[in-house]
Design a protein around this ligand. Structure first.
Ligand code: 16G
Ligand code: ZN
Length: 580
């Protein structure tokens, strides 16, 4: 069969491929075998997803990208049927096992891998309905189209249907899979599971949120310019497509947006993720290189800037002028969003109570909404302290590093906000949130009272925010709209709290996997005594530190923070010495 031929033509090129923090990611030259096998796996897995679910067909997604890595890498991320990152460890294990099975021969015992047996049983009857429906997209790397084509060919050879998004951001692909099921978010209008639907949804919800500011502030007719560094990747065409869709939505009744997005560093301007993009800005605490016109980079207004990564699922903000640079990372974004959400939830609660009193109809059946934040151990202690202050300490969680863990923890709240310090994050809304909003709507509708601003804002957020995954474009618009509503610039936002001095370092060790940590990376369980010694060091320098094995590089990472730069550096040095 065609599929067996593809498997033979693209044999594994590494002794073993490992499923990393976000899928397979390697040098692009060894990825062909992975793409063919991932495609087979998806076609094999798909029918099992339909079992017991006789309703609308679910889909899954394959995204070809190596995110913030340099151009020489490529990778594949899988989108689960619920539109989120594939997080099921059993499925990840099955996939890894299949990718590494030498699928051209039967093993010693003479038994074939069950997926190979399944392939051999497939008959190619082109008349029958598609055996699976799979969304596929890829980033702007030079080898991404050909790797994607391998997956497409494989799926079609197995009788599957491909919904090809071409060059796409990772969050666009998640949007497509998420909204393929129309029940996922309560919505008056069907949301198209494609690029058109994605940019339309962002455009109208962004404008709707901005409109809630116009009511309170009259001197808002000056246009701000927001420079968006797109890492020389797919974020560039994505923000541009958003802008053109937005232009089409603006009408006489719907005023223009107050912000002009000025994109720099597109795919043809320079090397992907090199000296630019969110990873560069966050890790080196410096503005990106501007590839278009280096000599003139001072001409850019660097007061209000953002940087996204190579597949546009992460974002950080920064400000630069002649004498200072400051970074607004994922922690600062969490705090901004939580502050805003908390004020809206409190205002809505009060407005509902007043409305009920006026109507002489007090009932407490609406309940409470829990608002929580999830961070990782890398979150700056000052941000955690600030969040605990405003949300209550029970509503601030520390989860294991990696989006799949943080996202999952956020779902324990009615409104869960999560961001990793590196800028990957979003907000998720639970069923209690939607029912609360519906009851509030009904309350004001019945009384023929206008909806309070808090209600107008909260009801539009699930449309603006990509609940499937971190989304740089959605986060960009959300942050810009919140700042606009508050009348803040980056300086005002940055002053919410000051980061504690911190240091992140990496250590080459013989075997990084001897370092074992607890469920959220905060305590070192092995080697023995390490945690005890770290505890003593933290006491001595009055700070916090932890160590963990990286999931993406062959190193042990060490993080330390303390009240002063000196203390943080010394604590870091001591922690490095302890794990060495
Ligand atoms: C991956 C993760 C990111 C995490 C990072 C940690 C996703 C989509 N990405 O890039 O969330 O912060 O790994 O890297 O889950 P490390 O294990 O090398 O420290
Ligand atoms: Zn990314």
């Amino acid at each position: 069969s065609e599929v067996l031929r593809l498997l033979e033509k693209y044999p594994p090129r590494l002794p073993r491929y490992a499923y990393g923090t976000a899928g397979f990611r390697y040098d692009a030259t060894v990825m062909d075998a992975v793409l063919v096998r991932v495609a087979v796996f998806c076609a094999w897995w798909y029918p099992q997803l339909q079992a017991g679910n006789g309703t609308a067909p679910e889909t899954i997604g394959i995204m070809v990208t190596a995110s913030h890595n340099d151009e020489s890498y490529n990778g594949v991320k899988l989108v689960a049927p619920n539109g989120e990152i594939l997080a099921d460890p059993i499925v990840q294990g099955q996939l890894t096992d299949w990718v590494n099975s030498d699928s051209t021969e039967s093993n010693q015992a003479g038994s074939k891998h069950p997926i190979r047996v399944w392939i051999e049983q497939q008959s190619t009857n082109t008349k029958s309905p598609p055996t699976c429906i799979i969304h596929i997209g890829h980033d702007t790397r030079s080898h991404s189209p050909s790797l994607t084509e391998l997956a497409v060919k494989t799926i079609r050879a197995l009788g599957g249907q491909v919904i090809h998004h071409g060059v796409a951001t990772t969050p666009l692909l998640h949007h497509a899979v998420f909204h393929q099921n129309p029940q996922r978010v309560p919505s008056m209008i069907p949301i198209r599971p494609d690029a058109v639907g994605y940019y339309q949804l962002l455009s109208w919800s962004y404008l709707a949120l901005l409109q809630t500011a116009a009511a309170q502030d009259s001197n808002s007719n000056t246009t701000k310019r927001l420079v968006v560094d797109c890492a020389c990747g797919v974020g560039y065409p994505s923000v541009k497509l958003f802008q053109s869709t937005l232009q089409g939505v603006i009408s006489p009744t719907c005023p223009a947006a107050p912000t002009e997005f000025y994109c720099i560093n597109g795919p043809t301007h320079g090397p992907l993720n090199e000296n630019c993009g969110s990873e560069h800005v966050q890790k080196s605490m410096a503005a990106p290189q501007w590839y278009r016109d280096e000599s003139n980079s001072d001409a850019l207004p660097w007061e209000y800037c953002a940087a996204v990564d190579g597949d546009a699922d992460r974002i950080v903000f920064f400000h630069k002028n002649s004498h200072e640079f400051f970074l607004l990372d994922g922690d600062k974004i969490t705090v901004l969003i939580c502050e805003f959400l908390q004020a809206q939830v409190a205002a809505l609660k009060q407005a509902c109570q007043e409305q009920q009193q006026q109507g002489g109809n007090i009932n407490n059946s609406m309940g409470q909404l829990t608002l929580g934040a999830v961070q990782t151990a890398y979150a700056n202690g000052a941000s955690t302290k600030y969040l605990k202050n405003i949300l209550g300490s029970d509503n601030v969680l520390i989860a294991k590093t990696g989006v799949q863990h943080v996202h999952h923890a956020a779902k324990s709240f009615d409104i869960g906000v999560y961001f990793e310090a590196n800028g990957h994050g979003t907000v998720v809304f639970g069923p209690q949130f939607y029912s609360y909003i519906a009851q509030a709507e009904a309350l004001f509708m019945a009384a023929e009272s206008p909806r309070p601003l808090s209600l107008q804002r909260l009801r539009v957020l699930p449309a603006l925010i990509n609940q499937a995954v971190g989304d740089a474009v959605s986060d960009l618009l959300l942050v810009d709209a919140i700042l606009h509503i508050k009348g803040w610039d980056l300086k005002a936002w940055n002053q919410l709290y000051s980061d504690m001095p911190s240091r992140m370092s990496k250590l080459k060790v013989t075997d990084r996997n001897v370092v074992k940590t607890n469920e959220n990376d905060t305590i070192c369980l092995a080697p023995e005594n390490v945690q005890e010694e770290l505890n003593a060091a933290m006491k001595e320098w009055n700070g916090r530190c932890f160590v963990r094995a990286s999931g993406t590089e062959d190193v042990v990472r060490v993080y330390a923070e303390a009240e002063t730069r000196d203390a943080a550096d010394q604590l870091s040095a001591k922690a490095e010495y302890i794990v060495h």
